[in-house]
Design a protein around this ligand. Structure first.
Ligand code: NAD
Length: 544
């Protein structure tokens, strides 16, 4: 008898008919290779033309969906999709996905952050060479029939100093490539250790030093409250006349008004932007300048990156559906269903506590310790530790580290990690995160009432009892009359409603802390004003 292999197509059909095949909807366009990878293991549903109504209608029939940024995976959708197990984001940012709602339903959200690293790094190097040699301007000139050899005199990269702001995935690859051009690479990244920076052939420096010394400066940081406008008029004013700036990260990191002034006045030699505060730029005066070169957010636009993001997301989604280990789950750690029932709330708590601590830190992180006390200490607390580490790192990185790579990301940054178990007298369970930095550290503890009421119990040794809300203002101040009133007035003047407030102090007239839960956003100016109040030692806006 001759045994013949059953063709894949027939096998898939048979699986489908037996009802065992996964149905995966692709709701935003992805590279065809990704669809092919899906079809090897599942039925791929092309939902790219579905409107919201149709998507909600069909949602109950999907085991997984693959989205880019165009589909809102919100609580309403997740509620409708009652057999959904996995959401795959073909790309990086997960702003369009309600992570909390997905986590509560045990739905894995995964993404594909590495896929564009090389493309973005190569684009940066391309722009750096273009800037040095005026390639786009010279191209225009030759095409329009001119031959302006002396006008486009360039500079070499050789022996120049490159300042890299943000030594993460892309920054590190740019640094490596720049060394191939014999550039001296210095870097500013407060969240990375000296050793790690040295391993990459770079030396860590302060912003001020880089601004004054570098010939080229390139930005590879996330856009956060800290990095928005990190290069403004003052920094540019201290740069060399021949300095050249590159931004292939996010619009807004270099202040566009200040950059316009500097290029127009010849304060610096040139700039290259792949990203803008408003995209596409509308009437942006920067585009009229000859010494500004620009590309339309092309960092990740290569065939390889698009293919890689589609295939890697497709593969990860089918692996997750089959219960196999995956590389980049954004929300849920890999634990058994039973353990998740017991530990789930504390895993979420640890992540929130980590985020809380992280947003108050100064200095580079040296160690993260996670302590679990009470009944949970009888369990394997590894997922709680990982969640704590993930929480600490999340506000510092462009996209959240995953439960699978949080430890590795921390260790790659030279951060020591430990977990300990203990007892607690006053609570059934208590989770504590202690972060040590080069400038001190922070300790926060919390617990969970029921399954979802997350409470902050202690910050830096001060006893507090407050719900952990989305936006909070935290101050260290001196316990004296008037301080709290002035803080309240500042908030009121900016139209911020205070939903709740907790204070803690060591002794009357001594050091104290205050935590305010607010309805909605607190403007930066309010935080600045509060920092300037007599008696306030520091104020931090915290987003959970
Ligand atoms: P990453 O998370 O790997 O690295 C970011 C680095 O910035 C980290 O090392 C972090 O410690 C550091 N950092 C955070 N806050 C900082 C601060 N205040 N000062 C200095 N350093 C700080 O991110 P990545 O994948 O390398 O991406 C870098 C940037 O590139 C992001 O903004 C990302 O959105 C952007 N990006 C753009 C394109 C494009 O098409 N142009 C493509 C991919 C990524």
């Amino acid at each position: 008898m001759c045994a013949r292999a059953v063709p894949e197509r027939i096998k898939r059909r048979a699986l489908h008919l037996s009802g065992a095949m996964f149905r995966i909807a692709v709701t935003d366009p992805i590279d065809r290779e990704g669809i092919r990878a899906l079809e090897e293991e599942a039925e791929a549903v092309d939902a790219t033309t579905f409107d919201r109504e149709r998507l909600l209608e069909e949602a109950p029939g999907f085991d997984a969906i693959i989205v880019r940024s165009g589909t809102a995976v919100d609580a309403e959708f997740l509620e409708a999709a009652d057999r959904l197990k996995v959401v795959g984001r073909a790309g990086v940012g997960v702003d369009n996905i309600d992570l909390d709602a997905a986590t509560e339903r045990g739905i894995v959200v995964l993404n594909s952050p590495q896929s564009s690293t090389i493309s973005a790094a190569e684009h940066t190097v391309g722009l750096m060479l273009s800037l040095a040699r005026n390639i786009p301007q010279a191209y225009e000139s030759v095409k329009s029939g001119r031959w302006e050899k002396s006008k486009y005199l360039g500079v070499e990269l050789y022996d120049k100093t490159l300042g890299v702001f943000g030594l993460g995935r892309i920054g590190a690859e740019v640094a490596r490539r720049a060394q191939a051009f014999d550039m001296n690479v210095v870097a500013y990244d407060p969240y990375i250790s000296e050793d790690r920076a040295n391993q990459m052939g770079t030396t860590l420096r302060g912003v001020d030093e880089i601004v004054e010394e570098a010939d080229f400066m390139t930005f590879h940081v996330p856009l956060t409250d800290e990095t928005r406008g990190m290069i403004g008029e003052e920094e540019i004013g201290r740069m060399k006349e021949g300095a050249r700036l590159l931004n292939v990260a996010r619009g807004g990191i270099i202040d566009e008004d200040a950059l316009y002034w500097a290029l127009e006045e010849g304060e610096i030699a040139g700039a290259a932007l792949d990203v803008f505060e408003e995209e596409p730029p509308d009437d942006n005066p920067l585009l009229e300048l000859d010494n500004l070169i620009a590309t339309p957010h092309l960092g990740a636009s290569t065939e390889e990156a698009q293919r890689s993001v589609a295939v890697s997301t497709a593969r990860q989604v089918t692996r997750a559906l089959k219960g196999e280990p995956i590389r980049s789950a954004v929300n849920v750690p890999v634990v058994s269903k039973e353990a998740m029932d017991r530990l789930g709330p504390y895993i979420m708590l640890a992540e929130k506590l980590g985020r809380f601590a992280s947003q108050m830190l100064t200095g580079s992180i040296e160690e993260i310790q996670v302590r679990a006390a009470g009944e949970i200490s009888r369990e394997d607390i590894e997922p709680i530790r990982i969640a704590g580490v993930k929480g600490v790192l999340t506000p510092l990185l462009q996209e959240p580290p995953t439960f699978l790579n949080a430890d590795i990301v921390a260790k790659n940054r030279g951060v020591r990690i430990s977990e300990t178990k203990g007892d607690t007298d006053n609570f059934t369970n208590l989770v504590t995160i202690e972060v040590t930095t080069s400038e001190g550290g922070k300790t926060v503890s919390g617990t969970v009432f029921g399954k979802k009421a997350f409470r902050l119990i202690e910050v830096d040794g001060y006893r507090i009892d407050a719900p952990m809300e989305r936006t909070m203002l935290f101050t260290h101040h001196v316990d004296k009359p008037g301080v709290i009133g002035e803080v309240g007035t500042s908030m009121g003047d900016r139209g911020v409603n205070i939903a709740g407030m907790q204070v803690g102090r060591q002794e009357a007239g001594g050091k104290a802390v205050m935590l305010m839960e607010t309805d909605g956003e607190v403007p930066d100016e309010a935080v600045e004003e509060i920092r300037a109040i007599d008696g306030v030692r520091d104020a931090h806006l915290i987003h959970l």
